[in-house]
Design a protein around this ligand. Structure first.
Ligand code: ARG
Length: 456
């Protein structure tokens, strides 16, 4: 029979059951954390006099030997094992005999796996945070290099008011800084150690949960043993944080795709981050941005899988929970991969100042400024809005811009119009006068904020 849990069974498990039940292809990734958890548990058992110092030493040496052998490739993780916990405990006992059989005292796989995932996810979340930081850095550098690239700001994808490329990219930096703090929050909330919850109801042994929590770098032990083994909130939270970060990447992807089109031509990706077509020789495609946009759906899928997996589970552990790892690991890995490729793609892209400016010159994006001009001279804003709206209609019929009407033509509409209106509605000034806090001309303070995040 051989399975560690098979003592009460009369026949061996069906091969199909074994394969179906096994999670090693996913949780094998957590071998380091499983060994770390066992090292802390064994040290605590010895400290509390639950196992002897000699047994603890044998366990420690055995586990360290397994760790270095898996790392070096001398020992490969058995793909037929039930899970990483069974594999390592089985291997330990194979190597050191009797003391290995004492390791699982006062412990269950339920608190063991709950501990391992948290340890593993802490590292993965740290990778994600590094990726976000790197991406914010790419946004920052690209923004700082394009503070004078005027472009149309859009609402409804209709030209609305002028902004700059720096301002536009700094908006994305804000989103990703929020993502960063969402991951930090989630990790802080997750940073409690379930080890010692045992199967569900704690244990009768005099264990020291504070010691294991401390040895493993957790803030404290989890407070309730039932919650300790059955909580997977952290997986859902991380998958949500990843989903929202993917949402931000996907929105930016959509803009990259639009901006690379012949219709916009606001930017061109470097050849190194573009792809061609097998039939159309002229094609240069933004596949990376499209893939990122596409993978966003997959990360949402991970989040929904987790929420749905958890929602009907009675306390405490249920095997359904084994499905947690594949989903949350995939969400974090996908996000990390996307961030890692998006940063150099952005840094190596070229932006077309001319096309952006030309787009900003068309579409009457200085209309608000003209209305504001009249308003500042005393006309109620609603009246100014109406006057300029009618003027836009006329301009459109004549195929000209607002700045193309003569002083006389304007004066005829309102005596408030003076020569200085042309300055007021000149594109450059429409941008430079938008210096209200957070506006396009307040970019220095925005860049400073992002710089402070990067230096923290
Ligand atoms: N492979 C299992 C998981 O990932 C480990 C916990 C198994 N516990 C149990 N009671 N069968 O969830």
């Amino acid at each position: 029979m051989g399975d560690l849990w098979s003592a009460r069974f009369q026949t061996s498990p069906d091969e199909k059951l074994k394969a179906f039940n096994s999670s090693i292809s996913v949780d094998g990734l957590m071998y380091i954390e499983d060994i770390e958890g066992s090292l802390a548990h064994a040290a605590m058992l010895a400290e509390q006099g639950i196992i002897s110092a000699d047994d603890a030493k044998a366990i420690e040496d055995g586990l360290k030997g397994i760790l270095s052998d898996v790392r070096s490739g001398a020992l490969s993780i058995d793909p037929d094992a039930e899970d990483i916990h069974m594999f390592i405990e089985g291997e330990l006992t194979k190597r050191i005999g009797e003391p290995g059989k004492r390791l699982h005292t006062a412990r269950s796989r339920n608190d063991q796996v709950a501990t391992d995932i948290r340890l593993y996810l802490k590292k993965r979340a740290e990778n994600v945070c590094d990726g976000i930081r790197g991406f914010v850095d790419a946004l920052y550098r690209t923004a700082a290099a394009h503070t004078d690239f005027v472009m149309p700001g859009y609402t409804h994808l209709q030209r609305a008011q002028p902004v700059t490329l720096a301002h536009h990219l700094a908006a994305y930096a804000e989103m990703f800084m929020r993502d960063y703090s969402r991951f930090t929050d989630a990790v802080n909330r997750m940073n409690y150690c379930p080890l010692g919850s045992a199967a569900l109801a704690g244990t009768t042994y005099p264990i020291d949960r504070r010691l294991t929590a401390k040895l493993l770098g957790f803030t404290a032990p989890t407070a309730n043993s039932l919650d300790g083994v059955s909580d997977r909130d952290f997986a859902a939270e991380l998958a949500f944080a990843a989903s929202l970060a993917m949402t931000h990447l996907s929105r930016l992807s959509e803009e990259v795709i639009l901006w690379c089109s012949w219709e916009f031509k606001f930017m061109e990706l470097s050849d190194a981050f573009s792809t061609g077509s097998s039939i159309m020789p002229q094609k240069k495609n933004p596949d990376v941005a499209e893939l990122v946009r596409g993978k966003t759906g997959r990360v949402y899928g991970d989040l929904i899988a987790l929420l749905t997996m958890i929602k009907g589970l009675p306390l405490a552990y249920n095997k359904d929970m084994q499905e947690d790892k594949e989903a949350v690991f995939d969400a974090l890995r996908t996000l990390s991969d996307c961030l890692e490729i998006f940063a150099p793609m952005l840094l190596s892209a070229r932006f077309n100042r001319e096309n952006m400016l030309n787009a900003a010159k068309k579409g009457f994006i200085n209309a608000t400024d003209m209305a504001d001009y009249l308003t500042k001279k005393g006309m109620p804003f609603r009246s100014a809005y109406k006057l300029v709206g009618e003027l836009v209609f006329k301009a459109q019929e004549k195929g000209v811009g607002l700045e193309d009407f003569s002083p006389e033509e304007l004066k005829a509409l309102s005596p408030l119009f003076e020569k200085d209106v042309y300055d007021e509605i000149a594109l450059k000034n429409c941008v430079s006068k938008r210096s209200s806090e957070g506006g396009p001309a307040d970019i220095d303070s925005q860049l400073k904020r992002i710089g402070e995040f990067l230096n923290a």
